[in-house]
Write a protein that binds this ligand. Structure first.
Ligand SMILES: Nc1ncnc2c1ncn2[C@@H]1O[C@H](COP(=O)(O)OP(=O)(O)O)[C@@H](O)[C@H]1O
Ligand SMILES: [Mg+2]
Length: 459
C-alpha cells in the first residue's frame, strides 16, 4: 500500500509538471524571439537616427564616427549591421563587403526603403545558416534616405531559449524531488501507524490479550481506530478473565459437596454391608465420584495453567525427569512395567513454575495406562541449542492419526480408555507447554506405541 500511495503522489506531481511545463517551454521560446526582435528594432532605429544626416548629405561612406559606432555596436552585441542609401547600395556595415554592394534584390531592404519596418527569418547564403533580421527605414522628414538592417544568427535565439528550458527543467526536477520526499513522509505517516495496528491485531489474534496499539501517533482517524482496538482488547481481556475466574471458582465450589457426597457413600457402604447387589452399585457410584473428583481437579489445574500472568522460569529438566521416574516406579512395578529415564545431567529449559512435573505426570499416567505387563516406558531428554525435547515413549497399542490430533481437545477420551480419566490430561499438558512458548505433539513410536514429544525452549 505504501508503494502504491507513493507512486500515485509522485505520478500526480509529474503530470502537473508536464501539463504546466511543456506549453511553458514553447512560450518561453516565443518570448525570447520577441525580446530579440524588440531589442534589434530599437537598436536599428537608434542607428537609423544616427545615420540620418550623413545619408541625407550623401557623406555616410566617409563618416568615420558612424563607421566606428557601427563597428563597436556590432562587436559588442554580436549583431551584423548593414546600412544602405536610398538606392539600396551599401554605405556602412560591420563587414567590409557591405560597402558598394547592391542590396536591391533583398526583400527586407525593398520593404524598408518603401517606409515599412520589417522583421523575419531567412536562410543566409553568405553565412550558411538561418538569419534573424530587422530592417527599418532611415527617414529625413517624410523622405526615406536609406535603410538599416540588423541581423543575428537564428541560433542566438534558440540557444537562449534552450537556456531557459534548461532552467525550467531544473526547477521541475527539484519540484519532483521535493514531491518525492513529501510523498515518502506522507505515505510513511499513514502506513506506519497502520502496520503498527496490524501488528497489534496479529498479537491479539495469537492470544496475547495484553496487547495494546499506540493511539498517540498518526492521523486522527487511525488514532481513533487504535483507541477502539484498545478498548476492544481491554474488554476481551476482562471477559476472558471473568470466564476463567468463573471456571476456577465453580470447580472449587464443587469440591466440598463432592467430598461430602463421597463420605456419605462410604457411610452407606458400611450400613448395607452384606447386600451383594447394593454393594456393587455403591462401588460403581464411588468410582464415578472419584472420576468427578479428578475432573474437577483437572479443571482447576487447567484454569491455573491458563493464567498466563506468570512468566516462564529456568527449570532443571534432568532433575525433574529423574525425580518423577522415581515417583512413578512403585506404581509401574505393580503393573510389571519398567520405567527407563535417560537424560544428560543439568539440562535446563524455560517453563512456568511447577509445569514440568505436571507435564511429565500426565504423560506418564497416560503411557502407564496403556502399557501391557512386561513393557518398557522410556522418559528421555534430547538437548539442542534452542530447543530441548522431552519424549515419553510407551509400548501400548498406539493411536490413529485422527485420534492423535484430537487427543489434546478438552474432555476428549479414546473409545477404549479406562473409566477413570477426565479427558483433561493432555489439554493441561498443552496449556502448560504453551505458557512456556513450547509445543506438545503425539507421534507414533517405532515400538508401536506412542511417542509423546514436548519441545521446551532452551534458556
Ligand atoms: N500413550 C497413549 N497411548 C494411547 N492412547 C493415549 C495415550 N495418551 C493418551 N491417549 C488417549 O488420549 C485420550 C486423552 O488423554 P488425556 O487428555 O490424558 O485424558 P485421560 O487420560 O483423562 O483420558 C485418552 O483417553 C486416551 O484414549
Ligand atoms: Mg491422561
Amino acid at each position: 500500500m505504501r508503494n502504491r500511495l507513493l507512486l500515485v503522489l509522485v505520478g500526480v506531481v509529474a503530470l502537473v509538471l508536464a501539463v504546466h511545463d511543456i506549453p511553458l517551454a514553447g512560450h518561453l521560446e516565443r518570448v525570447e524571439r520577441d525580446r530579440l526582435n524588440t531589442r534589434l528594432e530599437r537598436d536599428a532605429f537608434v542607428l537609423a537616427g544616427r545615420a540620418e544626416k550623413a545619408l541625407d548629405d550623401g557623406t555616410a561612406v566617409l563618416d568615420p564616427s558612424l563607421t566606428a559606432l557601427v563597428s563597436r555596436y556590432s562587436f559588442e552585441e554580436d549583431v551584423r549591421v548593414a546600412i544602405v542609401d536610398a538606392q539600396a547600395t551599401g554605405v556602412v556595415g560591420s563587414d567590409e563587403s557591405v560597402l558598394g554592394e547592391d542590396f536591391s534584390n533583398r526583400p527586407e531592404f525593398t520593404e524598408a526603403l518603401a517606409g515599412r519596418p520589417t522583421t523575419g527569418e531567412r536562410p543566409s547564403a553568405t553565412l550558411g545558416e538561418a538569419l534573424f533580421f530587422v530592417a527599418v527605414p532611415v527617414l529625413s522628414g517624410d523622405e526615406v534616405v536609406g535603410a538599416v538592417r540588423l541581423s543575428a544568427p537564428e541560433r542566438v535565439v534558440s540557444e537562449q531559449a534552450a537556456d531557459n528550458v534548461r532552467g525550467l527543467l531544473t526547477v521541475a526536477l527539484i519540484s519532483l524531488l521535493i514531491a518525492v520526499a513529501v510523498a515518502v513522509i506522507f505515505a510513511l505517516s499513514i502506513t506506519r501507524p497502520i502496520s503498527r495496528l496490524q501488528k497489534a491485531t496479529d498479537q491479539l489474534a495469537a492470544g496475547d490479550l495484553s496487547t495494546r496499539a499506540n493511539d498517540a501517533d498518526g492521523p486522527p482517524e487511525i488514532r481513533a481506530l487504535a483507541g477502539s482496538f484498545n478498548s476492544m482488547a481491554g474488554r476481551l481481556g476482562q471477559l476472558v478473565d471473568r470466564q476463567r475466574a468463573f471456571a476456577g471458582t465453580a470447580s472449587h465450589q464443587l469440591r466440598t459437596p463432592l467430598t461430602a457426597l463421597r463420605l456419605r457413600l462410604e457411610q452407606l457402604a458400611q450400613q448395607i454391608d452384606g447386600d451383594g447387589d447394593a454393594t456393587h452399585t455403591l462401588d460403581e457410584a464411588l468410582v464415578e465420584t472419584d472420576r468427578l473428583h479428578r475432573m474437577i481437579e483437572g479443571l482447576l489445574a487447567l484454569t491455573r495453567a491458563e493464567d498466563t500472568a506468570v512468566g516462564p522460569v529456568e527449570v532443571d529438566l534432568s532433575a525433574v525427569v529423574k525425580h518423577r521416574a522415581d515417583h512413578w516406579a512403585p506404581l509401574a512395578d505393580e503393573r510389571s512395567v519398567e520405567i527407563e529415564p535417560s537424560t544428560p545431567d543439568g539440562v535446563r529449559v524455560l517453563a512456568v513454575a511447577g509445569a514440568v512435573e505436571q507435564i511429565i505426570d500426565n504423560l506418564v499416567d497416560n503411557a502407564l495406562e496403556v502399557s501391557p505387563p512386561g513393557a518398557k516406558l522410556q522418559i528421555s531428554v534430547k538437548a539442542g541449542t534452542h530447543v530441548v525435547e522431552l519424549h515419553v515413549i510407551d509400548e501400548g497399542p498406539g493411536m490413529s492419526a485422527t485420534d492423535r490430533a484430537r487427543a489434546f481437545d478438552r474432555f476428549w477420551r479414546g473409545s477404549g480408555s479406562a473409566t477413570g480419566g477426565s479427558g483433561l490430561g493432555l489439554a493441561i499438558v498443552q496449556q502448560l507447554v504453551a505458557a512456556g512458548d513450547g509445543t506438545a505433539e503425539l507421534h507414533p513410536s517405532p515400538t508401536g506405541g506412542i511417542d509423546a514429544v514436548v519441545c521446551f525452549r532452551a534458556p
